[in-house]
Design a protein around this ligand. Structure first.
Ligand SMILES: [Ca+2]
Ligand SMILES: [Ca+2]
Ligand SMILES: [Ca+2]
Length: 385
């Protein structure tokens, strides 16, 4: 009897012990990830690490350009943080996408050195004085192909996810297309970009499908400031306002970087509604709309008072993956025309501030549509001079 009782007790204890171990494992496995969401936390002044520690936030990305961090945080913690007087904002980390039109890849055109868009902005006229030398352009995109014979990439970084690395090679094609418009080399093959001797930097902030997060865009802007870029080209956008992104672009502009972004392809054909996406919509960023070879904006082009310049964006032939070339359309394609022209202006006179380059771009533009600045073409078609 006694033996039997002891056996039973032992058995019960073993079952209890196992249950405790299993529940411990379950706790370890599941509790830390319960409802944790990616957020950006902005401080009124300096980033206060004691506030983060107090709320159990130990794994985060700290920005330099703004007093903010990004992290995965449970909603209950976000609510508590919002009540802290040291916290300026806690915002959801929104998604960002490329601004090109979904299109089937057409068979390559016969190779032409100077495409219609490059001729339209009068780049060949400018090459007598300037080819973009000594100007650094960060392309915040899906990366840039590291093996295209028509592209020279000076450096870059991959900022997707939690770990930074140097694997900025393009797995989409979008960033490679944008980069060819800016700086395809003046060699015997393919095409010539607007500023063929400008220095391209691949800042990979979007995945193979052209999707990304505001937090990575901010990290890309941060990288551009730390690495003394002159121009940041962003063929991407989101409808969602972000205080963090607003602060980051404003501070980068103050720090000496010209920022250019796609107005968007979400136009509704109604001039009384503003369709311009962020970051193009911010004061510190040049918003670019697209035109076709007849200088006409498509109905899908975003309109709004923030549109500043128009540039070629329909049937644009440029570099692609595997050493190839394709035609693409979108404000994604118009944006790098402006970035390239800005590089030519900067290269000719390296002492120019971003504000001065911006004024020159507005002054040189050819008025389109209604007389004067309008919400479809901004100041008009971008020109090298
Ligand atoms: Ca070439
Ligand atoms: Ca509209
Ligand atoms: Ca006009």
């Amino acid at each position: 009897m006694e033996d039997g009782e002891i056996k039973m007790r032992k058995l019960k204890n073993t079952i209890k012990a196992r249950a405790v171990i299993i529940s411990c494992i379950l706790v370890v496995l599941f509790v830390p990830v319960i409802d944790a969401k990616p957020v950006i936390i902005g401080f009124d002044e300096k980033i206060d690490q004691s506030v983060l520690i107090e709320h159990g936030i130990t794994n985060y990305t700290e920005y330099k350009i703004i007093n903010a961090i990004s992290a995965d945080v449970p909603e209950s913690v976000s609510k508590q943080l919002k009540k802290n007087p040291k916290i300026k904002y806690v915002e959801e980390d929104s998604r960002v996408q490329i601004a090109d039109k979904p299109s089937k890849h057409q068979p390559p055109q016969p190779l032409q050195q100077i495409t219609w868009g490059v001729a339209r902005v009068k780049a060949p006229d400018a090459w007598i004085n300037s080819t973009g030398k000594n100007v650094k352009i960060a392309v915040l995109d899906t990366g840039i192909s590291n093996s295209h014979p028509d592209l020279n990439v000076s450096g870059g970084i991959n900022l997707i996810g939690k770990s930074k690395n140097n694997k900025w090679n393009d797995d989409s094609g979008h960033g490679t297309h944008v980069s060819g418009i800016i700086a395809a080399r003046n060699n015997s093959i393919g095409i010539i970009g607007i500023a063929p001797d400008a220095e391209l930097y691949a800042v990979k902030v979007l995945d193979a499908y052209g999707n990304g997060y505001i937090s990575d865009i901010i990290e890309g802007i941060d990288w551009a400031v730390q690495n003394n870029m002159n121009v940041v080209s962003m063929s991407l956008g989101t409808r969602t306002y972000s205080q963090a992104l607003n602060d980051a672009t404003a501070n980068a502009y103050k720090a000496g970087i010209l920022l250019v972004a796609a107005a968007g392809n979400n136009g509704d054909g109604n001039l009384s509604t503003d369709d311009v996406l962020y970051p193009a919509k911010f004061d510190s960023v040049i918003a670019v709309s697209a035109i076709d070879s007849n200088n006409i904006a498509p109905v899908w082009g975003a309109d709004g008072e923030e549109v500043e310049l128009a540039a070629p964006g329909i049937d644009i032939y440029s570099t692609w993956l595997d050493g190839g070339y394709v035609n693409k359309s979108g404000t994604s394609m118009a944006t790098p025309f402006v970035s390239g022209v800005a590089a030519l202006i900067k290269s000719k006179n390296l002492s120019l501030t971003p504000q001065e380059i911006r004024s020159a771009l507005a002054y040189n533009a050819v008025d389109l549509g209604d007389t004067g600045r309008d919400r479809i073409y901004g100041f008009g078609l971008v020109q090298t001079g």
